[in-house]
Design a protein around this ligand. Sequence first.
Ligand SMILES: Cc1ncc(COP(=O)(O)O)c(C=O)c1O
Length: 477
Amino acid sequence: MKLIFERGKAGRALSILPPLDVPECLPDVPGRKTVPHLPEVSENELSRHYTELAKQTYGVNDGFYPLGSCTMKYNPKVNEEAAALPGFAQIHPLQPEHTVQGALEALHTVEQELCEITGMDAMTFQPAAGAHGEFTGLLTIKAYLKSRGEEHRKKIIVPDSAHGTNPASAVMAGFTIVNIPSGADGCVDLESLRNAVGEDTAGLMLTNPNTLGLFDRNILEITRIVHEAGGLCYYDGANLNAVMGLARPGDMGFDVIHLNLHKTFSTPHGGGGPGSGPVGCKAFLREFLPGIRVNCKDGVFHMEHPERTLGSVKAFYGNFLVVVKALTYVLMLGREGIPEASSNAVLNANYMMRKLEDLYDMPYPDACMHEFVMSLERQKHENGVTAMDVAKSLQDYGIHPPTMYFPLIVHEALMVEPTETESKETLDAAIQAFREIFAHAAENPAEAAASPKTTPIGRPDEVQAARKPVLRYSWPD
Ligand SMILES: Cc1ncc(COP(=O)(O)O)c(C=O)c1O
């Protein structure tokens, strides 16, 4: 496909723009010596360009998107309508409080709802993503430890099944990492945890259900061990879609959590956001939270900075319109709909897993939560078929690949998360595709290795693409 720079012609422009009646380039723009070289296209060309681009991408609106750990669920359009209301979309963060009472009420309500769902007492909406939430949550723990003169607690315990952002965030927040292994059942190895905790333990970061799609059956014992050692428990809530309305991190013993509103609470994501990773905490940590929190006195909403706030991690209230979408979603689903959504997410994952387990190896064969992990390790040894081959073949069936080669502790891993928003017909079609791919790949591994055949790009050199991306157009001389 042609780039926008390769379309159009000098002098062509959008018909809606009036003729140029100013100098082409301001002579005193610092550093600019020549007129900027920009594409010159008609409105028609521009529109076709973006339509063509859109056709080359794949999103949840195109088809099944079982990308494990990402909860690519359908995003109800009503969320967009609510977020587009002028009272939300066209206000300014510096407006006087009395002119934005509705927006403040929305923030106050969503905080109450999400605290109820998670078992927390307070929440900040400043962080803009899950990893940003982790960083913020860890800074909150750090501020708390400092207030108690316990700055010697520098170690954060992270199980080997953790999402990669967990150790990265902890290091960024100034902690060191203690990695502990999972047991054969995929849950935290309790003995290793007991050996890891000590006087230097700042806390534990845990995802539950974990990235193997398993709910840790020892969760109460885990949080007890960490608390007894004087550490705090951080819950990576990116997988909340499996348990919302059914089990609460606060009741499991966690002190701090983040949520991924752009996953569980149905805001479109991928491609760089905007997202929202609010951080919730128990009452004893409330005073350290960053940014502004909304309080209500006599029916009037006020903005307040927590007493010993750690500062700000983003401007104002974070990505406010994403928060409005989450609020809309929560209120739409209500008390019955929230647990039903999670139950269906778990049901769909188990349905797919059971329909595939006779062909694909499931390293953790017990009932899964919202996602499950398969391994192509045996096939790789037997006939050279890899997880990558299966994932790429799915694209020829119009299905987005699952997560590949993650979690790291499973070799040749494919992690499938169907979500609750897919119909049985879609799941059956995907199961059929997985089964056909398995059979074809066994018969003809070379063909599987050459897939996909129907996409604009087949198999790019991923290392080159990641290390040396070409992001800038060079005009021909
Ligand atoms: C378990 C888990 N934790 C944290 C994150 C990080 O979230 P974000 O991508 O919004 O930074 C993810 C994202 O995929 C995740 O799956």
